[in-house]
Design a binder for this molecule. Structure first.
Ligand code: NAD
Length: 441
């Protein structure tokens, strides 16, 4: 079987690589020439655990190819996946220009029957737009070639993407043709072993499922952040409350950790986009608007604590930052709360020294030399007036408190992810501030 994957980002590259690992012949296409030339040389443009070896292995076996030519990738392909970005447009709706450019490109070059699958996160009605764009191009060419469209939203998590793709909680496919269903079922068969389910449904339901899933997850986060803020006011500890509610099987204990707000390339844009979709049907998604508002405030909560601690005078002070990526195990800094926090500190006249195990190159694109970067976590603590923990990378979990105390100018820790034990921190002589904890002053 031969397939094409258009868009070689987090989703496209992982999808293509994992399919090639099952023996399928995969061509990954991207318009970014630098990305493709790096991939051809074996340089992987993103950090994703397990991906590099898998790419190397499948390239060596001759099953995984990279090109900038969509036309070339169509040769004998049975399926083409569209996995390009869908960034937020100015009004919050998903920008479909990349997806539709690809659809037009497919229409220009299609010369045999094919299933066109949208894997990007796209609003309801996009599969129809893809169908229309391809038809338009075929009509222009005066040819009649059979093709099918389908929607197959992706649920992988950055930082665990390969594992998620190989062992999916579920695969969702929206289709209106038996032919497409048959081909997609065959392609995904190796991933269905051990009872991983594949759910076929109508196209609008599949398109909405992805947004509803991300909106639900974002809701859990904003709900816990709201409860954490209340905990601080009433003298409760959100860690206790979390355990207390999480042991109710109807609630469950996953994804109910408070922090400094959600970020990344998906939740913020997908919450905005579903609100926008509802608006276009004259429906106001009140709950999700609140989810978004809470999140915006939560990204600033740590800086508020810092300013309060220093009596609103942080000018000239130096703050160490541990963690820049929006979550551990990824170098992705899109919509990362760290960006808001660093900008707010700098606006208040503070200096920032940051360390992240893998995201520093990304941070340099954002901040250049306006902040300093450390070689390791302790490097940035030298003469720091405070430490802000922003990403819960494993290497920050059990730090050497003695070394920290010696290096820091001022022993205060603002823990945006609640990874430290408040009592232990105080015992070691640090002033400690977490999120929603009774020990906060
Ligand atoms: P990305 O920005 O990492 O990659 C997108 C790639 O598409 C880029 O390399 C870009 O150069 C390429 N591209 C753009 N236009 C193109 C064109 N006309 N032809 C060929 N290539 C083109 O994006 P991503 O994070 O992989 O996300 C892709 C889609 O998947 C988005 O809709 C996103 O919402 C969705 N998604 C992302 C994740 C995630 O964790 N990143 C998870 C699930 C779903």
């Amino acid at each position: 079987m031969k397939i094409s994957i258009v868009g070689t980002g987090y989703v496209g590259l992982v999808t293509g690589t994992c399919f090639s690992d099952t023996g399928v012949n995969v061509t990954c296409v991207d318009i970014d020439e630098e990305k493709i030339s790096k991939l051809k040389k074996g340089i992987i443009p993103i950090y994703e655990p397990g991906l590099e070896n898998m790419i190397k292995n499948n390239v060596e076996k001759g099953r995984l190819h990279f090109t900038t030519s969509l036309k070339e990738s169509l040769d004998q392909a049975e399926v083409i996946f569209i996995a390009v970005g869908t960034p937020p447009g100015e009004d919050g709706s998903a920008d479909l220009s990349h997806v539709l450019n690809v659809a037009h490109e497919i229409g220009k070059h299609l010369d045999h029957t094919m299933v066109v699958v949208t894997k990007s996160t796209v609003p309801i009605g996009t599969a129809e737009k893809v169908r229309k764009a391809i038809r338009e191009e075929l009509e222009k060419r005066g040819v009649d070639i059979t093709f099918y469209v389908a929607s197959n939203p992706e649920f992988l998590k950055e930082g665990n993407a390969v594992e998620d793709f190989l062992k999916p909680d579920r695969i969702v496919v929206g289709t209106d043709s038996e032919e497409a269903e048959k081909v997609i079922r065959r392609l995904y068969k190796p991933f269905l072993l051990n009872n991983h389910p594949i759910l076929f449904m109508d196209i609008p339901s599949a398109e909405l499922t992805k947004y509803a899933a991300n909106a639900m997850l974002a809701t859990k986060i904003s709900f816990m952040n709201d409860i954490a803020n209340l905990c601080e006011l009433v003298g409760a500890d959100v860690n206790m409350v979390r355990k207390g509610i999480g042991s109710d099987s109807r609630i469950g204990n996953k994804f109910i950790y408070p922090g400094i707000g959600y970020g990344g390339s998906c939740f913020p844009k997908d919450v905005k986009a579903i609100i926008r979709t509802a608006k276009s049907y004259n429906y106001h998604l009140r709950l999700l608007q609140a989810v978004e508002d809470i999140n915006e405030d939560q990204k600033r909560i740590l800086v508020t604590k810092v300013k309060k601690y220093f009596n609103d005078d942080v000018k000239g002070k130096t703050f160490a930052i541990w963690g820049l990526s929006f979550k551990p195990h990824t170098d992705d800094m899109r919509e990362a709360p760290s960006k808001v926090i660093i900008n707010e500190l700098m606006q208040a006249g503070a200096k920032v020294k940051a360390y992240d195990p893998v995201a520093m190159n990304e941070a340099k694109k954002e901040f250049g030399n306006t902040i300093q970067y450390g070689q390791d976590p302790y490097d940035v603590l030298i003469d720091a007036d405070g430490l802000l923990l922003l990403t819960e990378w494993p290497e920050f979990r059990i730090p050497n408190y003695k070394v920290m105390a010696k290096l820091m100018n001022h022993k205060v820790v603002f823990d945006g992810r609640n990874i430290y034990d408040a009592a232990e921190m105080e015992e070691k002589g640090f002033d400690y501030f977490g999120i929603g904890r009774s020990l906060n002053k």
